[in-house]
Design a protein around this ligand. Structure first.
Ligand code: AMP
Ligand code: ZN
Length: 483
């Protein structure tokens, strides 16, 4: 098998990927700030990370994947205040929504620890980390807040290649951080403001800084040195630079082996923003009727180190590609196809299975080189074209069918597009089904209809049985089946 090579932001180049422990990968990906529904830019990052994880698992690694939830910061506090809700209640709504969205896009849920760690529940680990930094004189207390002393860490700037003197020292000073020694210093612990949720600490009531949250949670669950840390390119500076300063400043050992960052998603060539009207949450697109797997396809199919230009045209093209994949898989499983070609199938069997065996090797090769998704998809469609030609000549035996299906399923375990019809209804879909049954029982037709619509948006359709029988869920067929 090809060695794995990934682009490491820290090295500034593509490197051989070597894990700390054989056959195991510890991976931390910065999670969402749960103050609103996540937008498709966020999902570009999460889908890239999902491809990375699925590919590592395909290659036989046991991946411990940690993704935090940032449930306290300026944005969450402002949101809770605006809605007049306790912080935890406010963030719970968006946490649930985020997890539903992961399922909708068939993004594997982070698997370590069992529940995604939330900043507000990990305060003790954060306080401990601050104490270590204070002991090493890398931090100082000032008027109830604690700051990181950037000038104490000689490696500062190594990830973002920023020059401390020129770029960092003159950095903007946050209005509420006037008590810092230097402009580049950043808050590890912020003194509580009147009326804000706050936690006890040796420095008085307050809350953790965002950068500190990720250092503390990643090291708690993955150890002081771990394999992969990933996120969008906006996180390189200052977030990840500060994480390195905090973690290495406290432990004295390298924090992360491989840093991976995806470029930003743009909409119609422009930065997404609410004021420009080109801002989409996943839910906005579902409400417009786009298939979740077409959205996944569109997010997945541009190489992660290329900017992704998201357009509604592109979504249509994504759906067409998916339809081709679906159609092909259906041909492989079509019993008529098989009986028609039982005669003289032996020579063809070799050919068809061989096309896919070779395809799988090349698919793996493409992804091994820094997740080369464009080449990998090209291989898939090339194999498909060749195989379709074989099938047109009428060649499919039972053995062919199952060997090829097995390979397509393997490919789809990496792409996660549900080609092999292996998608299970997500907990969100099952919950809506329950709500719908309940509404039907109460003869609440509007409620039942609303639930059905939501279920359809999530890519499933409902078939009602006879009175008294439960309704059936079916994966909504993509368009080619309707024709
Ligand atoms: P946030 O909730 O803002 O902390 O972001 C969660 C993740 O989404 C991070 O990995 C960000 O880097 C990433 N992200 C935010 N906006 C975009 C975008 N337009 N394109 C790609 N990734 C993004
Ligand atoms: Zn982070």
């Amino acid at each position: 098998m090809n060695p794995l090579r990934f682009h490491n932001t820290l090295a500034g180049k593509i490197e051989d990927f070597k894990t700390i422990r054989p056959a195991e990968v510890g991976m931390y990906t910065c999670g969402p700030t749960v103050y609103d529904y996540a937008h498709i830019g966020n999902f570009r990052a999460f889908v890239f990370e999902d491809l990375l994880r699925r590919f590592l698992e395909f290659r036989g690694f046991k991946v411990r994947h940690v993704m935090n939830l940032t449930d306290v910061d300026d944005k969450t506090l402002a949101g809770a205040r605006r809605e007049g809700k306790p912080l935890a209640e406010f963030t719970e709504k968006y946490t649930q929504a985020f997890q539903e969205d992961l399922d909708t896009l068939n993004i594997l849920r982070p698997n370590h620890p069992a529940e995604q760690p939330r900043a507000t529940r990990e305060i003790p680990a954060m306080i401990q980390l601050i104490e270590r930094l204070l002991k090493k004189d890398r931090a100082y207390v000032s008027e109830g807040s604690v700051y990181y002393r950037v000038s104490s860490f000689p490696g500062y700037g190594k990830l973002s290649r920023k020059n401390l003197e020129q770029n960092i020292k003159g950095a903007r000073v946050d209005v509420d951080e006037y008590d810092k020694e230097e402009g580049a210093d950043f808050a590890l612990w912020k003194k509580a403001k009147e009326g804000e949720p706050a936690w006890d600490s040796p420095w008085g009531k307050g809350r953790p800084g965002w950068h500190l949250e990720c250092s503390a949670m990643s090291m708690k669950y993955l150890g002081e040195t771990f394999d992969i840390h990933a996120g969008g390119e906006d996180l390189i500076f200052p977030h990840h630079e500060n994480e390195i300063a905090q973690s290495e400043g406290a432990t004295g050992v390298p924090f992360v082996r491989t840093w991976m960052h995806c470029r930003f998603l743009l909409v119609d060539g422009e930065k997404m923003s609410k004021s420009k009207g080109n801002f989409y949450t996943l839910r906005d697109l579902l409400a417009k009727g786009y298939d979740p797997m077409a959205i996944r396809y569109a997010l997945l199919s541009t190489h992660y180190r290329q900017p992704l230009n998201f357009t509604l045209e592109g979504l249509k093209a994504a759906r067409e590609s998916l339809e081709r994949l679906d159609h092909f898989y259906a041909r492989l499983t079509d019993p008529l196809m098989k009986t028609r070609s039982e005669k003289g199938g032996a020579t063809r069997r070799v050919a068809l299975t061989k096309i896919f065996e070779e395809g799988l090797i090349r698919f793996d090769e493409a992804l091994s080189e820094d997740l080369g998704i464009s080449e990998a998809m090209a291989v898939v469609f090339e194999s498909l074209r060749e195989a379709n030609q074989q099938l047109d000549r009428g060649g499919l035996t039972g053995e062919d069918s199952s060997a090829c299906r097995g390979i397509v399923e393997k490919i789809d375990s990496v792409l996660g597009l549900g080609i092999a019809d292996n998608l299970k209804p997500s907990p969100a879909v099952l919950k809506l089904m329950k709500e719908r049954e309940e509404a039907r029982r109460k003869k609440d037709f509007q409620g039942s209809d609303d639930a059905r619509k939501r279920i359809e948006q999530l890519g499933w359709s409902v078939k009602d049985g006879r009175p008294g029988e439960p309704s059936q869920l079916k994966r909504k067929k993509r368009v080619w089946e309707k024709e």
